[in-house]
Design a protein around this ligand. Structure first.
Ligand SMILES: [Zn+2]
Ligand SMILES: [Zn+2]
Length: 647
């Protein structure tokens, strides 16, 4: 170790602080506005900001800006996430300076993203020597280990692990720390980085060096930006794989990051600095090795500079429990003994916790369950609306007529005979005869294990699969998009022109040709008993849809939700939302409302299962209120079921 430290410190990077310090007003404190806003005010500001940045973006890219009503109707979580995405892709070289009035609104908005109660003061963090009995190591008395959201840490400087462009990440859906820190700081920080790069005439920042800016709307005063070594070229990919073994040079580069940051903090006269685990995210540096280098480099540096540095406290910040363990193990190695307790509030978990583990823990500590299901769940039970094979096998006549997926049938373009031959076949196959499947059965077992059956199902699926799998759905089901078991007047001639389909089905189905899907007897085409007009299954496939049969369900859902939230709060237990296969077809129907629920209520957690679109808003991830399981529903429910029942 000592040899490596020597080589890395000898190649310490030039910090060049004086060449940019005044251009970015580094020494002028950024004052918070400190207005606390209620949700309505936040909605209003988010709307104004979104409108401004959407317009700016649309003009720069000659797109049409979405209409105002659409923006206004979005839930706050969605407004916030759109706004963050627009700011993420906003390059300072391509846009004008943000006008003062908009910048002020944005500052207020960002400052309101942080609940003052969430802010962790660095001064009150327990030092590492308190983890051991009778430990007087002077190093440990200057060190703290903290697991949490670094944007909520009040200290002099936090360290951001950036990329060589130094302007932050430009990929809107990335959950890298670079994005999380820049998003909370606001665009002034990116503008400062841009100024620094310009003044120093740099195209790229070198690995192992560091620059400092003010922190703006973060909880700290400054941000020190450094670039760690990248083990795998994974930037741009969602998956974070553990890297190969780092080379000697890469280890020296990582050590150099820590040294540059400490030197810079010392140069500015700062007392406390918090390091994230540099390079261990998307840059894939192995976490155990990174923790070892971090701790030994800081220890060596503090030892050498103990009489000539302003730094009194170094915080190692981790986000996931499994990374925390690597730091603890290094401390234990230095102390020569195991830790006693982590602190008063939690015990050390040496197990690696995955998103599945977190989801299982939530399910186990909840007393109500909301199942929010869409097409992805049906698909995993074999009814895939996007499958060409399914149409070919099940409805050869439809296939011959040019329809390739079940989705495409909603567009119309069929003769009445084919239309009803197909719809009645669909009622027969799907609504009345689809076999029970493992995914629904396991989901049912989880639901039934809740006391007093405290579960509710809200679904856009009209296929009746929950009933076919014997869920006790009475008073616990809201099929918001309709149900294949009902038929309605297509006109419709009244709000009550909707009936059970059974009678029409039984009259017509014997006359459906199983090969061509044609209804061979025209007199069996269903006609509205009130007005004699055309009919359609009672599903939301047009603005003629009658929701009358589901009004009662909607009321039951709202009552259940209100009661369950109250119960969860009273018992300090969770209400878990298991959202399954809800994509982006109509996000305002299920996807956004589920996000809003998790966002607004402290005891609600969102488990989002989706094979293609499992991403959840950043603040739900950082607030540990949501996990995303990007896998097919069958696999995800299987894993949850195993964990939940300890199988
Ligand atoms: Zn990124
Ligand atoms: Zn009618």
């Amino acid at each position: 170790m000592s040899k490596m430290d020597h080589s890395s410190s000898s190649r310490m990077k030039e910090l060049a602080l004086d060449k940019y310090r005044n251009y970015i007003n580094l020494d002028q404190p950024f004052i918070w506005k400190s207005n606390r806003l209620d949700l309505d005010e936040l909605h209003k500001i988010a709307y104004q900001l979104l409108k401004y940045f959407m317009k700016e973006y649309s003009e720069a890219n000659s797109h049409h800006a979405p209409d105002d009503d659409y923006l206004n109707d979005m839930p706050l979580s969605q407004k916030t996430s759109h706004l963050r995405q627009l700011l993420t892709i906003r390059h300072p070289a391509e846009y004008n300076k943000i006008p003062d009035n908009i910048q002020q609104l944005l500052d207020i908005f960002l400052q309101n993203q942080i609940d003052p109660n969430e802010i962790q003061s660095a001064a009150s963090l327990p030092r590492v020597n308190q983890l051991f009995s009778n430990n007087n190591d002077p190093f440990f008395s200057k060190i703290a280990l903290w697991r949490g959201d670094i944007t909520r840490l009040a200290c002099d400087a936090i360290v951001n692990a950036g990329n060589t462009g130094l302007l932050g990440c430009f990929q809107p859906t990335h959950l890298c720390i670079d994005n999380v820190i820049h998003a909370q700081a606001g665009p002034q920080m990116r503008a400062d980085c841009f100024t620094i790069m310009n003044k120093l005439k740099l195209n790229t920042e070198s690995v192992g060096s560091a620059k400092i800016t003010r922190a703006y709307n973060l909880s700290s005063r400054y941000v020190i930006h450094t670039v760690g070594p990248e083990i795998n070229d994974h930037h741009g990919n969602h998956s974070i794989s553990s890297g190969r073994s780092p080379t000697k040079n890469e280890m020296a580069e990582l050590a150099s990051c820590y040294i540059s940051c400490l030197e810079l903090a010392s140069l500015v006269g700062l007392k406390s600095i918090a390091f994230c685990s540099i390079s261990t995210g998307i840059f894939s540096f192995p976490q155990d090795k990174a923790a070892e280098i971090a701790i030994h480099t800081v220890r060596e540096w503090l030892n050498v500079n103990r009489t000539n540095t302003s730094i009194e406290l170094v915080i190692f910040n981790v986000f996931k429990p499994n990374n925390e363990v690597f730091y603890i193990e290094q401390f234990e190695r230095i102390a020569g003994t195991r830790v006693n307790i982590l602190d008063n509030h939690r015990t050390l978990n040496r197990e690696t916790k995955t998103d599945i583990d977190v989801a299982i823990e939530w399910l186990k500590s909840s007393n109500s369950l909301l199942i929010a299901a869409a097409a992805g769940l049906s698909a995993s039970a074999g009814l895939d609306y996007t499958s060409e094979k399914l149409v070919k096998d099940l409805y050869p006549g439809l296939y011959k007529a040019g329809f390739r997926t079940l989705y495409s049938t909603f567009g119309g373009g069929m003769s009445d005979e084919l239309q009803w031959g197909y719809l009645f076949s669909q009622v027969h196959n799907v609504r009345y005869n689809w076999p029970p499947s493992t995914v629904y059965q396991q989901l049912k077992q989880i639901a039934l294990s809740f006391n007093d059956n405290r579960f509710f199902i809200i679904t856009t699926n009209a296929d009746g699969m929950f009933e076919r799998n014997d869920f006790p759905v009475e008073n616990r089901l809201y099929t918001m998009q309709g149900d294949y078991s009902m038929i309605q007047c297509l006109r419709p001639c009244s709000n009550n022109s909707v009936w059970p389909v059974r009678k029409y089905f039984e009259a017509a189905y014997p006359y459906v040709d199983k090969k061509t899907q044609l209804l061979t007897d025209k007199t069996k085409l269903p006609r509205c008993p009130q007005c004699g007009g055309k009919m359609f299954l009672n599903v939301r496939a047009g603005d003629w849809f009658l929701s009358t049969p589901y009004d009662q369900q909607a009321k039951q859902y709202n009552t259940w939700l209100t009661n369950s939230i109250q119960q969860a709060n009273a018992a300090n237990r969770l209400l878990v939302i298991l959202e399954i296969g809800v994509g982006f077809n109509t996000p305002s129907v299920l996807r956004w409302p589920m996000e809003s629920l998790a966002e607004r209520h402290k005891n609600i957690r969102l488990i989002r299962i989706n094979v293609d679109h499992s991403e959840i808003p950043t603040h739900l991830v950082t607030g540990q209120k949501g996990v995303s399981l990007s896998m097919d529903a069958t696999k995800a429910i299987q894993l949850l079921w195993q964990g939940f029942f300890n199988k």
